[in-house]
Design a protein around this ligand. Structure first.
Ligand code: IVH
Length: 664
């Protein structure tokens, strides 16, 4: 039990550390804030329940990422801490309960509530009243000197009269939504990738090596703290804010002192409804114990103060207009309708498109062009239309009708279950997707054959079908936009190399119906060659483990198609000869062993399964007494309990690697 918890704790730490690194140094978060918060909370709960797993380098104990070496390092007077989060009323109440417990205090507690600005924190150091540097948070103890990049801001004074020798002021640097949009438009014109959200843009700007660039972007800052407020004789957070404002620091006007938690809760509701009207992004409300003496008594953990908490706003819902519905074609011809929306800010980034899944989704909601719709980010990440505001429907609107023909090629559209398909396999939109899939890493792995390159090749009439890839010349590639001698040679090499990829990869690349990497491996092993697969009957196909009658029929049907046969022959003539996968006789040291997989593995399950099967093992889906090994990844399900009850040996991924290599 504890082993599994320990593994999950390690996994969470790695994910969070990586996310921190990307977030702080690369300004390109992969995890949404919400997802990050969720994983962080999970890790914290596990560490609390299992104190023996605590370590001082856990992301729950540290703040941010190490400073970047290109900027001077600056040591903060006091550590710059982070904040604990609360998402519910209960969590706010637990926050207060902890305060009362720690202080053994029954009296009233006044709080100061501020907006949580979605930017990055900075610390300004004044010595003898003069600003000497400004630094980012960095790892909390040491940050990066970004003084030059902040010099264009008028939001703080350069000199302070009558202050202690050393003083540090803390605040948040941010970009307004409008400025963010302007910067991204400019980047788009220059062919640069857009920033994902204002915070990333602000972070990128603050780390500009050339201060001229940052001075042209309208960075702003709000200030909310002092490293050592006692130096100035201040008694409350409210007094800190008033002092800062008096001295010429820009302080957010939305702040309120409340004499109880009940007041805080009412205020949260109020600010939540105003959130969308602000010109900058906020992601919650920061609640601070107002009295500084109480703050002092409460102290801080190595990560966050005990006297403050960030209440995070729930997923934002925003109304916008459905302007158009476009149809996206996948490589199998499947059509996904996509809503083109009037762009709006939702939870930190601009949303202008949302998937509509399939025609049924549109029909069920009776979605019409011109409708006002409420959008949100599902799971904090994927934009979705939540509902239609029927009462605001423009008069004269009509139900949405799908076109019956492909606008690209004029071919008819057909329904297959809930999904709509274009049946013309030569449609350009589909072809592009098929080529992308063919070249993708999991298939033929042709590095450098990106979407843009394929588009150019198609536009120039150089590639009209997969086989044409193998007819490209050095001159063809060198003439492409963005290509030079070296890149053309490299790509040509890559294409050449793809000719001898494994049969499993080749079958994956063909994009047969219902055939992913795992099934392709099974097929490759069972039939050994393209020719044998083509000759197989539906019965022979469904005799293969893992392949049901539906898949068998679908594969058979595709293999019988004239154009598929032609393509395969053409490819063979061009020298594409997928190498035989490891012959069944070699290294079958797991012959007859039964495995079951559960939980999240670090590799696709299908891949692990294919590898086990290649070594002769059987991989089943339920644990029985006959099972030799249960391979458990992260968050294993009920199979683990069953294995334990039956006394089946449970192994982790590391042990599995040993088993595969015949080391165990
Ligand atoms: S107080 C020791 N007040 O939120 C307390 N932080 O998630 C430090 N933030 O690192 C922070 N608005 O970058 C405070 N009104 C506010 C804030 C605020 C935004 C940021 C700050 C902090 C982060 C924690």
């Amino acid at each position: 039990m504890t082993d599994r918890v320990a593994a999950r704790v390690l996994e969470l730490r790695l994910i969070l550390t990586e996310a921190n690194y990307r977030y702080y140094l690369e300004q390109d978060p992969e995890l949404s804030d919400r997802e990050y918060d969720r994983l962080f909370a999970e890790l914290k709960a596990l560490e609390t329940a299992h104190p023996e797993l605590q370590t001082s380098d856990s992301p729950t104990q540290t703040v941010g990422a190490p400073p970047q070496s290109t900027f001077e390092s600056r040591r903060h007077l006091e550590p710059m801490l982070s904040l604990d989060n609360a998402f519910t009323r209960d969590e706010l109440e637990a926050f207060e309960a902890r305060i009362r417990r720690t202080l053994a205090y029954e009296g009233a507690i006044a709080y100061l509530a501020e907006l949580k600005i979605d930017g990055l924190s900075v610390s300004l150091r004044y010595e003898q009243g003069t600003l000497v540097w400004a630094a980012t948070r960095g790892n909390g103890v040491v940050g990066e000197d970004v003084t030059l990049n902040l010099m264009a801001l008028g939001d703080f004074p350069r000199r302070l009269e009558g202050v202690p020798d050393r003083l540090e002021v803390r605040g948040e640097v941010y970009l307004s939504k409008a400025e963010f949009a302007r910067i991204n438009a400019e980047r788009a014109r220059g062919g640069e990738p857009p920033f994902r959200n204002p915070r990333n843009a602000a972070s990128g700007t603050l780390r500009q090596v050339d201060p001229k660039v940052s001075s042209e972007r309208g960075l702003r800052a709000f200030f909310y703290g002092l490293a050592r407020p006692d130096q100035l004789g201040l008694k409350t957070q409210g007094e800190i804010l008033a002092w800062l404002e008096r001295r010429g620091f820009c302080v957010n006007e939305k702040r309120r002192t409340l004499d109880s938690l009940a007041g805080v809760e009412a205020l949260i509701g109020e600010w939540l409804s105003e959130r969308g009207h602000l010109s900058y992004e906020v992601d919650g409300v920061v609640i601070k114990v107002d009295r500084l003496d109480l703050q002092e008594d409460l102290g801080a953990t190595s990560r966050a103060p005990r006297w403050a908490i960030a209440y995070k706003f729930p997923a934002e819902e925003v109304s916008t207009e459905l302007r158009a519905i476009t149809l996206q074609v996948g490589r199998t011809g499947k059509i996904t309708p996509v809503a083109e929306l009037e762009p709006r800010f939702v939870d930190g980034s601009v949303v202008s498109r949302a998937t509509l899944h399939n025609p049924g989704f549109i029909a069920e909601k009776d979605l019409r062009l011109g409708d006002r719709v409420v959008i949100h980010k599902s799971g904090g990440i994927i934009p979705e239309i939540k509902r239609v505001l029927y009462d605001q429907r423009p008069s004269g609107s009509v139900p949405y009708a799908f076109s019956e023909r492909c606008p690209e090629c004029g071919a008819a559209l057909v329904f297959e279950g809930a999904n709509l398909f274009w049946v013309n396999p030569n449609c350009r939109a589909q072809l592009l997707e098929r080529l992308r899939h063919y070249a993708s890493r999991q298939a033929m792995d042709i590095e450098g054959l990106a979407k843009k390159t394929l588009e150019q090749l198609m536009e120039r009439g150089l590639v009209g079908r997969i086989a044409d890839l193998y007819r490209l010349s050095f001159e063809d590639l060198e003439a492409l936009e963005g290509f030079a001698e070296l890149s053309a040679r490299k790509l040509l090499n890559e294409i050449e190399r793809s000719k001898t990829r494994s049969l499993a990869r080749f079958l994956t690349a063909l994009g047969l119906p219902h055939v992913g990497r795992g099934t392709a491996s099974v097929l490759a092993r069972s039939f050994g060659s393209v020719a044998a697969l083509r000759a197989a009957s539906p019965e022979e196909l469904s005799a293969v483990p893992d392949i049901g009658p539906v898949t068998a029929k679908a594969i058979y049907a595709v293999m019988q198609r004239g154009e598929v046969g032609e393509l395969l022959e053409e490819l063979a003539e061009l020298g594409v000869s997928p190498s035989q996968d490891a012959p069944a006789s070699r290294q079958q040291h797991l012959s007859g062993m039964r495995f079951v997989l559960t939980g999240t593995l670090t590799r696709p399950r299908s891949e692990v399964k294919a590898e086990l099967e290649a070594l002769g093992a059987k991989v089943g889906s339920s644990v029985s007494r006959q099972t030799d090994y249960l391979v458990a990844g992260a968050s294993p399900g009920s199979k683990l309990a069953r294995a334990e009850a039956l006394g089946v040996k449970v192994v982790g991924e590391e042990e599995l690697t040993g088993i595969l290599r015949h080391e165990i």
